[in-house]
Write a protein that binds this ligand. Sequence first.
Ligand SMILES: Nc1ncnc2c1ncn2[C@@H]1O[C@H](COP(=O)(O)OP(=O)(O)OP(=O)(O)O)[C@@H](O)[C@H]1O
Length: 262
Amino acid sequence: MTLTVHNLHVHIHSQPVVHDVSFEVESGTRFGLIGESGSGKSLTALSLLGLLPGEAAARGTVHLEGRPLLPLPEAELARRRGKEISMVFQDPRTSLNPVRRIGDQMTETLRIHERLSRRAARARAVELAQQVQLPEPTTIIDRYPHQLSGGQRQRVGIASAVAARPRLLIADEPTTALDATVQAEILQLFLDLVESSGTSLLFITHDLGVLAQVVTHAAVMSGGRIVERGPVQDLLNRAQHPVTRHLVSAARASQWSGGVSA
Ligand SMILES: Nc1ncnc2c1ncn2[C@@H]1O[C@H](COP(=O)(O)OP(=O)(O)OP(=O)(O)O)[C@@H](O)[C@H]1O
């Protein structure tokens, strides 16, 4: 499903924080938004799902497969979230509900969109746990988030996001909260799931080394604007903007210090 974002602006308390952002994620492709902390990546992503905080407002046009996502009334957006477009967040400690069993959380969208019975939802939760390679799928689904490791919690976050087989998946720094080895495993899982399902992916990160492993094309954000865009290998090897060059140096430094390679 093609996502088209055109002239997106976000204001917080009437202050502009995202300025005139336009990009396209073509059907079945993987596109990245990269930038330093505070550059406007998350607010851009949250605008697409209608999940901006109350003090923020978005204007512009967003279409998914030609149908408008912005502007759109909340009730209609809620119907499309999970099923057509869904999101994996940075920190599963805050995105998962601490007092609900993980199996129930993984199948929540399915129960809303497909009206699955409890029994069918349980069977689907086991399948999802297998798909994201959680250990002992038949019993782990009855555990609570605090009984899992950080990597396992993020697998639950990914399972919840892909449960209803969305056509576009947005991932906002999905591996930043994890240590380097777990990060590599989760990235691989991500790529396998996206490739096998043909889902379009919008991947957000501050780490160009990580981005280069996941997407083919990307846009660089700084101060709420897109300052450079292109194939990710060109951004790595022929960066034009100082912000992009800085991101390249940071990725190379992290590679030398044993982080994920660029
Ligand atoms: N709820 C909020 N209230 C006030 N300002 C906010 C709020 N959320 C974000 N901002 C500001 O908007 C700007 C863009 O924030 P955003 O979270 O989109 O950046 P980001 O690139 O995703 O950074 P990070 O990687 O740290 O999440 C920043 O200056 C941030 O301080």
